[in-house]
Design a protein. Structure first.
Length: 341
């Protein structure tokens, strides 16, 4: 069955005074109906910008180079603005990154929820109020009748995140985008939000694109995952494929740093070096400067290799990485010269 959304070979850049910022370089993601698809990567890797292509909410200085964004097989990039307007209402709901800033400061939570519902339906004011109370309960707000009277600045980070989610699902969209729903929250609140989201997604049967920089969150909530680096999807597949047999050195390094954080003992591992400058990207693979197995061939653009059905990796050594045992304890010395043997 074809996926609900397929982003295919998407490429584009931001036109800025300082030059072109090449933020989207080769993005391939499939979002299957009824599943949670994760989009993971370091800050600035293009996660939010990839997602905003679906409702076409890109900043106005973004320029498309190539690619398609298919929704049920139709390219949304070719739709008229009127059609997009309808689609943004019913097709996609977004819980934006940084909810405290994204919520409207001059309306109460109740007014915002009411407006969100009444722009999609002809609910009366009273019905909208009832629906607002119900949805706040579903996102596990303890005192909904108090919260609907509050303003964004009165909410804690965790509460603001719950309200942001409630706004996105009060009229359930075909696709829900959750942008960093656990970032900036303390560990206990993160765990509560994850558990709430899991129940909500299951009980409402939602299709979700979940953006996070945290592979731990991906492991908790996602069925499939796309790993992004400098505007490229380096790897895509289902969770067990990607976590158990990663076919890309970047994914392996990310898994390794996540393990070391979660293990809580020993040295914290972080990937050496920094992502490339999007104004001045290297030829070939963007990860080559930080890769434990970079070789001469990495100066040419890597192919997108399907290592098993539905599991793809953008790496010259995808097959060899895929056949290596476990993601951890990579023997760096053995790989330093000429790629993984
Ligand atoms: N309007 C713009 N003009 C120029 N560059 C932009 C613009 N909007 C975003 N960018 C750049 O595009 C890149 C990708 O941004 P994006 O917001 O998608 O990153 P992200 O992966 O969501 O990061 P984070 O984890 O910090 O949210 C970043 O380098 C960002 O600075
Ligand atoms: Mg972002």
């Amino acid at each position: 069955m074809a996926a609900l959304v397929e982003i295919q070979n998407l490429e584009g850049y931001f036109d800025t005074i300082g030059g072109d910022v090449r933020a989207i370089n080769s993005v391939n993601v499939a979002i299957e109906e009824g599943k949670v698809t994760g989009l993971v990567g370091e800050t600035g890797s293009g996660k939010t910008m990839t997602a905003l292509n679906i409702p076409r909410l890109m900043p106005e200085n973004f320029r498309y180079v190539s690619g398609r964004v298919l929704f049920r097989g139709e390219d949304v990039l070719s739709w008229s603005e009127d059609r997009m307007e309808l689609f943004r209402g019913d097709g996609v709901g977004i819980a934006f990154q940084d909810p405290k800033a994204a919520l409207n400061p001059v309306f109460t939570v109740g007014e915002q929820l009411g407006r969100a519902l009444r722009t999609h339906t002809d609910a009366t004011k009273d019905e909208a109020r009832q629906a607002a109370l119900q949805i706040l309960e579903r996102v596990r707000i303890t005192d909904p009748s108090r919260t609907i009277r509050q303003y964004a600045h009165e909410l804690s980070g965790g509460m603001a995140q719950r309200v942001m989610v409630a706004l996105a699902v009060i009229h359930p969209p075909t696709l829900l985008i959750l942008d960093e729903p656990t970032t900036g929250l303390d560990v206990t609140v993160q765990a509560e939000i994850i558990s709430m989201l899991r129940d909500l997604v299951e009980s409402m049967g939602l299709t979700v694109l979940l953006i996070t920089h945290d592979l731990g969150v991906v492991g908790e909530l996602c069925d499939n995952v796309a790993v992004m680096y400098a505007g490229r999807t380096m790897e895509f597949g289902d969770i067990s494929q990607v976590f158990e047999k990663p076919a890309n050195p970047y994914t392996r390094e990310l898994l390794r740093s996540t393990e070391s954080v979660e293990g809580g003992v020993g040295d914290l591992y972080s990937i050496p070096g920094a992502p490339p400058d999007l104004r001045n990207l290297p030829q070939g693979c963007f990860f080559q400067d930080r890769c434990p197995s970079a070789a001469d061939v990495c100066r040419t653009v890597p192919p997108v290799v399907e290592v098993e059905p539905g599991h793809v990796s953008m790496c010259h050594f995808a097959e060899r990485y895929h056949s290596m045992p476990g993601p951890l304890h990579i023997s760096k010395g053995a790989e330093a010269e000429g790629g993984p043997e």
